[in-house]
Each structure stands twice: as structure tokens, then as C-alpha cells.
Design a protein. Structure first.
Length: 189
């Protein structure tokens, strides 16, 4: 893995967050994606689950979740700019930490783990390793939710493994119908 490449990407994300390049994620156009993730949590997860949001950015998923629906929420992102924005919202029962998903080891077990438009940024060479590290911290019967823009070539095979049972796989259209996401919901077997 090219450390310099990852470092450069991180700098780019920080610069883009500072410039507001990702502000549009808060718009209605993107709302159906967050809504589907939240509906999946409600449908498949235990009540008031602990949720780990990998590549959380500015915490928009947490923003859209109802306070009462959450036991605990931890957002992880390697962009310190986005994590600062998320932390400044001061959400109830939530923490946000800076970490690189290539190396991240969750500190505790979670009921729900989410890759919301973040998995494809992980280098191919360590994707299996990252999934295994994350699954080790997903509770038995816990759920993993992955959202990927359009078809996500080369991504979905990492979720077709004996350790995961697919509960749902759906297509979510953006509000204006110009973009779509594929969303997989899995249970740890
Ligand atoms: C398209 S944004 C999605 C943000 C958020 N999940 C959402 O949907 O609102 C992708 C996020 O992944 C983060 N990211 C990319 N590579 C990462 C890595 N190696 N470790 C941690 N975060 C990473 C970026 O900083 C960015 O915040």
C-alpha cells in the first residue's frame, strides 16, 4: 500500500471539506440514501443499537437519526476537518474520531456497522483484511450496511462471504432520479 498516496488523499479530503465541496450531501437529493440506511437499522437491528459509522464525514447519518433511536454512535473518518465539524454538532450519545480505515480496529463491539459511501476508498490489497477486522467487532446477529454509488465494481464480492448472510440488496434512487446507490444489508452469521 502506498502510504504517500493515502496521505495525499487525506490532504485532499481535508481541503475539499474546508471548501464546502461535500456540503451537498446534506441536501434533499441525497436524502433517500440516508433514509434507506435508517430504515434498515430500524427493520433489522436491535432496539437502540450501538452504531459504528466508518467514513462518517461530517456526521450526516447521525444528524438524520433520531436521538431516541440510538444507544451509542461512533463516527470514524481520516479527515480531521470533517470530524471537527461533526464533533461541533455535539450530538447526543455520539463520538467522532480521526482514524484511517486501512488500519482501524474498533475499540468495542457494535450492533450496527455502516460503510456509507466509504468502502471503495479502501485500497484493494487490504479490503479483506479491513472487513475481517471490522467483522470481529460486529456482535453476533449484528448487521452490516454498505452503500455504494451506482454499481460499485469490484466492491460487492467482499461482502459475499460465509461470515455474512445477505438480508437485503436494493437500489436507491436519488431525489431527482439522476443518480442511484446500491445498498446491501448483511447479518453476521
Ligand atoms: C463520500 S464521503 C461520505 C461521507 C459520509 N459517509 C456520508 O455519506 O455522509 C467519503 C468519506 O470517506 C472518508 N475516507 C476516505 N478514505 C478514508 C480512509 N482511508 N479512512 C477513513 N476515512 C476515509 C472521507 O474523508 C469522506 O469523509
Amino acid at each position: 500500500m502506498d502510504q504517500f498516496h493515502i496521505w495525499r488523499r487525506k490532504i485532499r479530503w481535508n481541503r475539499q471539506y474546508k471548501k464546502g465541496r461535500w456540503d451537498y450531501l446534506k441536501n434533499d437529493v441525497e436524502a433517500p440514501r440516508y433514509a434507506k440506511i435508517i430504515a434498515s437499522i430500524k427493520q433489522y437491528a436491535t432496539k437502540q443499537p450501538s452504531i459504528l459509522d466508518l467514513g462518517s464525514g461530517e456526521g450526516i447519518l447521525r444528524m438524520r437519526l433520531e436521538d431516541e433511536g440510538i444507544g451509542y454512535f461512533l463516527g470514524i473518518d481520516f479527515s480531521k476537518v470533517s470530524i471537527k465539524t461533526a464533533s461541533n454538532y455535539d450530538f447526543e450519545n455520539a463520538d467522532f474520531q480521526v482514524a484511517d480505515l486501512h488500519y482501524y480496529k474498533p475499540p468495542q463491539e457494535f450492533d450496527v456497522i455502516v460503510f456509507n459511501e466509504a468502502f471503495y476508498y479502501i485500497n484493494h490489497s487490504v479490503r479483506t483484511k479491513v472487513i475481517n477486522r471490522i467483522l470481529a467487532k460486529l456482535k453476533k446477529d449484528g448487521i452490516l450496511i454498505t452503500s455504494i454509488f451506482k454499481e460499485g465494481p469490484g466492491c460487492w464480492k467482499y461482502f459475499e462471504i460465509p461470515e455474512l448472510e445477505q438480508l437485503e440488496f436494493s437500489k436507491v434512487d436519488s431525489e431527482k432520479g439522476t443518480a442511484y446507490w446500491k445498498l446491501g444489508v448483511y447479518k453476521k452469521t
